[in-house]
Design a protein around this ligand. Sequence first.
Ligand SMILES: Cc1ncc(COP(=O)(O)O)c(C=O)c1O
Length: 383
Amino acid sequence: MESTLPDAFRARFPLLARRVYVNSCSQGALSLDVEAALAAFTESWHEHGSPWDQWVAEVERLRAVFAAAVGADLDEIAVMPSASAAIGAIATALAFDAARRQVVIGEFEFPTLAHIWLAQQRRGASIVWARAVDDTLTIDEYAARIDERTLVVPVTHVCFRNGYRLDVPRLAALCRERGAYMLLDDYQRTGTAPLNVHALGVDFMVTGTLKYLLGPSGVAFLYVRRALVERLEPLVTGWFGRADPFAFALQPLDWSSSARRFESGTPPVPNVYAATAGIALLQSVGFDAVERQVSRLVSRFVDGALARGFDVATPADPVRRGPLAVVRATDAAELVRRLAARGVIASARGTGLRASFHAYNNDADVDVILDALDAEATLVRRA
Ligand SMILES: Cc1ncc(COP(=O)(O)O)c(C=O)c1O
């Protein structure tokens, strides 16, 4: 079956007329809608010089659009410049005391997440590693590490390196039962499926716009469960974290009563315009339809790769997969270059060739990649 989404959606992305684009795990393709939103920003700048009221209103519009998209309340969302800044705001707001100071970190995390918690060792954090076996990081492994000494468990929903998808609701329930906070890094999944943070049961979530939310770099989001917001004060702050930034008061250090308290400086306004347009474009087709399309394409790719005897790092079980699938290569960087010469844009991490799918991809894209891998088979590892 061909694409279940209207061709009109795919046509919003001019790049797709020229390339097979399967690198949304790094940067989503540019749509006409996001391009127009960037132009609207420059137009507002040309026309009015410094329309700050309008620009701040755009930030609030983005906050509302994102909150609605992930089932959060408005005052649970902070608009941040990067996922790293969002994780850092939470890490520096937590107290590592004698009773609970352990951070359980899985080996499938994006490096920034490890770095931020490792840096907290100076503030008393103690790091405990949850180890992967081959391409799997089980809940049992987490269960063996999380106990009454665990303060927080930061976890990635979909691993950037092999596409393994963690059972988030199960781990969230385990964390709750043992009194530990859970911070979800959803960057490799947000935008490819419906998402309801309250239903997931996580305490914190970070994600951003440049991958599957189809926006540019420079905008990320932090979700903080309502009951926790007013208990936390980050060590990195600034005027946008105040109760009223536009009071321009040096004192007191009053904290916004909402998750805005985790923000610090002037928001990235051009990126905010673009980010809102990216999310709105996805909402125009609906996240259910996006998920159906993405999971069908990932299955087509993984099944095709397995049928050829390729060494696939991504789980065979569709439930344990996200939008990203990985085939091992003898030289992944060279394979990426060779695919690029054939008009296929993918990426490499370690020994893995990553192909990530979005709603704008179709069956023909998958077949082109598999044909290209056949043609470059000397660089592809066999199972
Ligand atoms: C899972 C995951 N988390 C975090 C990041 C980094 O986000 P940022 O650069 O916004 O800090 C990435 C980037 O690729 C990622 O894949």
